[in-house]
Design a protein around this ligand. Structure first.
Ligand SMILES: [Zn+2]
Length: 440
């Protein structure tokens, strides 16, 4: 098993035409059962004047209206606790996994026993992608419990016969102890937590060369796709860092980078993925950035048909050097359309601020984007708050350089506030980058 290049060679290198045939078969199965067994989907289909048999090709799926998170929330409030899109029978329910609720009321998701098995299998595939092999000591610093990433990667470790340390996103000192003994070889966490662990490692005077850790994969929030952040994680922990992406409504670990680092590979046999132009609703051309819209092809319990993720990326089906045929998103997730900041006519994303902040060695990894109101003028003020690495850093000299860097990236100049080290709260989970104190 260990010498194999792919976790599941047949499916991962399937010809595109065969893969698309498989997707179509699964899509028809899914549409039919949702139409017959879910009043939620049946109403939506009828409203759009569509029957499952009208979808004759993968491209036809564009005619089905997308489902937003707000619609799921409304449906679950009106028909608690799971809404009328539960398609699996009660006896087949396996696990409950609500969304984190970081952007509002959590949405409940159920996995059937088969869904849990499928998730473990594709997660093992996505971990194999970035080089995890049997015998690896996997330090799993993704949160366990209700947040699904911890569980799915744990199950995948069992499948791959890894030695897993289910520490979760806590106990930073213990994380470092386990790097030393038993000597974890793989770390999974959010990128902000990885940076936090790296800071502590340096403070304890331990060189990354003295720990056996060799690779890590980081997801749950943006960051790893930012080259400067990735390099900081790689240097700080002495590893090769890879990007991971998923979302609770669809699946925690539905894409990861392979060792080529050529973008996120999707598990297209389980999830049909589209990039959609938000203004026109049309499908994007290959390479064009759009909102990712996802459809469950195998999910039994609470299937999503055209879930509007709000996350932005491009797609390509160009063959990757690794030999896998499944579509990729080069450069990873480019932002959440929810997080877009409009300031003095310019539009930008926190990830762009991160790119600039992380390119300054004099600054720590923490930053915030604070939005306030100038009460005199009634206009917005956007301030990027950062921390200097030490007392020796000359803020007066740094300020104009930082403003220039931000201006070049964002096409607008925010205010800048350089604070002493440790002024901003560290996080072991998802970092909250935007603080909105505007008078509404
Ligand atoms: Zn690849």
């Amino acid at each position: 098993m260990g010498g194999r290049k792919y976790f599941d060679p047949t499916i991962e290198t399937l010809d595109r035409s065969d893969l698309e045939r498989l997707q179509m078969e699964r899509l028809q199965w899914q549409l039919k059962r949702c139409y017959e067994e879910s009043p939620f989907y049946q109403e939506r289909f009828k409203k759009a004047g569509i029957k499952p048999e009208d979808i004759r090709s993968l491209a036809d799926i564009i005619h089905i209206p997308p489902v937003t998170k707000q619609e799921l929330r409304d449906e679950q409030l009106a028909h608690p606790p799971f809404g009328r899109y539960v398609v699996a029978r009660r006896k087949d329910w396996g696990e409950l996994h609500p969304s984190t609720g970081t952007t509002g009321v959590p949405v409940n998701t159920i996995w059937s026993h088969r869904d849990a098995k499928n998730t473990a299998s594709w997660t093992a595939r996505t971990m194999w992608n970035f080089g995890v092999r049997p015998g690896d000591i996997v330090q799993n610093a993704f949160s366990y419990g209700l947040w699904i990433a911890g569980m799915s990667t744990h199950y995948a470790c069992q499948l791959m016969k890894c030695f897993v340390i289910p520490i979760g996103a806590a106990m930073t000192e213990r994380q470092i102890d386990y790097f030393l003994n038993p000597g974890s070889t793989v770390l999974l966490s959010t990128p902000s937590y990885a940076l936090h662990i790296a800071e502590r490692l340096a403070q304890r005077g331990i060189s990354p060369n003295d720990i056996p850790l060799r690779r890590g994969c980081f997801g749950g929030e943006g960051g790893t796709e930012v080259l400067a952040t990735r390099e900081k994680i790689e240097r700080g922990l002495g590893i090769d860092a890879f990007d991971y992406y998923g979302l609770s409504e669809i699946g925690p670990t539905i894409s990861s980078e392979c060792e080529e680092k050529a973008g996120l590979h999707w598990v297209e046999d389980h999830v049909l993925i589209e990039a959609i132009n938000a203004d026109t609703g049309e499908r994007c051309r290959p390479g064009e950035v759009g909102v990712l819209v996802m459809t469950h092809l195998t999910r039994e319990a609470l299937p999503m048909i055209r879930y509007w993720s709000n996350d932005l990326a491009s797609l390509t089906t160009e063959r990757c050097a690794c030999g896998r045929t499944h579509a990729r998103s080069p450069g990873g997730i480019l932002g959440r359309s929810d997080d877009m900041i409009i300031y003095r006519g310019a539009k930008f994303y926190p990830v762009q601020v991160e790119k600039v902040v992380r390119s300054f060695g004099e600054l720590t990894n923490e930053f915030r984007i604070e939005l306030t109101t100038d009460e005199g003028r009634g206009t917005d003020i956007c301030t990027v708050v950062v921390e200097r690495m030490s007392e020796e850093v000359d803020s007066k000299r740094l300020m104009p350089l930082l403003k220039k860097g931000l201006k070049e990236e964002l096409l607008v100049t925010p205010e800048v506030n350089i604070k002493p080290v440790d002024s901003l709260e560290r996080t072991t989970f998802k970092a909250k980058r935007i603080v909105d104190n505007r008078k509404k």
